[in-house]
Design a protein around this ligand. Structure first.
Ligand SMILES: Nc1ncnc2c1ncn2[C@@H]1O[C@H](COP(=O)(O)OP(=O)(O)OP(=O)(O)O)[C@@H](O)[C@H]1O
Ligand SMILES: [Mg+2]
Length: 283
């Protein structure tokens, strides 16, 4: 068995006439921390949305542990409009109907570029509710009730998760009352509540200062070890990306322009011209 966790093959996402992701292929292997970087508007979040069932890609295939979970080709109205490549390659694939909850159930969890915590819930409730939803989705019945024993187990797991993230002291605070950096950590804790195999982080260090960013990098390495998760992250903080990634993929205008270890990518003239030469701190 290969140790491949995620594979994107020729993924193109076209909105009307706009090609946001253009024939992107990438691989993430077991236990790796992989970064997806590129200028604003390069298509990074759109790529995440194609993996997580928010969008069905116009063309291409997504595999998770060597099983195809998403597959599509330009058909219907898009057949004529399509500007990407490989339009014929996936013609015989069955079209799935991926949705975010189905993808989460398969073991992929994510955080969002703009934090999406449940605003009226406490820190504890944010994580516990994620566990409840996940448990219900896994049972597939509308009559499912969580037993007392199950509820107790979930509460214990939630407390443990928060303790490990050093968030337990805030358990009864409203999630949105936490400082920004801790809200980002809480969002990661909530993503971990669904016991994912793969964690997708969309700009986890956005808005953090250099010290918080460094701590977040160390935290990401810790959760990889502790929870056995594989990580694909989008980031603009190059110090974090270069220090903590095993592999980096660079996209510009939706297209892959470089890929390799931090040393390789950092020295790639195409990356310097398109991105690193003009990299800005995120607001
Ligand atoms: N639903 C949509 N409809 C039309 N165009 C879209 C849609 N979603 C994204 N786009 C376009 O796709 C391109 C890529 O956007 P995306 O948000 O993926 O960029 P990004 O790399 O995540 O940028 P940033 O670093 O600023 O977050 C942009 O030109 C954007 O306007
Ligand atoms: Mg984005």
């Amino acid at each position: 068995m290969s140790d491949n966790v995620l594979r994107l093959s020729d993924i193109t996402m076209q909105f009307g006439g706009v090609v946001a992701v253009d024939n992107l292929s990438l691989e993430v292997n077991e236990g790796q921390i992989v970064a997806l970087i590129g200028p604003n508007g390069a298509g990074k979040t759109t790529a995440f949305n194609c993996i997580t069932g928010v969008y069905e890609p116009t063309n291409g295939q997504v595999s998770f542990y060597d099983k195809v979970i998403v597959s599509n080709y330009p058909h219907g109205k898009m057949k004529k409009l399509y500007k990407g490549s490989n339009a014929d390659k996936y013609v015989h694939e069955k079209i799935l109907n991926p949705t975010p909850d189905k993808i989460t159930r398969k073991g992929i969890a994510r955080t969002f570029q703009n934090i999406r915590l449940w605003k009226s819930m406490t820190v504890f409730e944010n994580v516990l509710t994620a566990k409840h939803l996940h448990a219900k989705q896994n049972i597939f019945t509308s009559t499912f009730r969580i037993s007392h024993a199950e509820e107790r187990r979930m509460r214990e797991e939630t407390a443990l998760l928060l303790e490990e993230q050093d968030l337990l002291r805030f358990r009864d605070e409203l999630a949105t009352s936490l400082p920004y950096g801790l809200q980002r950590r809480l969002e990661i804790a909530r993503a971990l509540a669904t016991s994912p195999k793969l964690l997708l982080l969309d700009e986890p260090a956005a808005g953090m200062n250099p010290q918080e960013t460094q701590e977040l990098g160390e935290f990401i390495v810790q959760i990889r070890e502790k929870y056995g998760v594989t990580i694909l992250m989008i980031e603009h903080h190059m110090d974090l990306v270069m220090q903590f990634s095993d592999q980096i993929y660079v996209i510009d205008f939706g297209e892959l322009i470089s890929h390799g270890t931090p040393a390789v990518v950092q020295a790639d003239q195409r990356v310097i011209d398109a991105y690193l030469g003009v990299v800005e701190e995120d607001a």
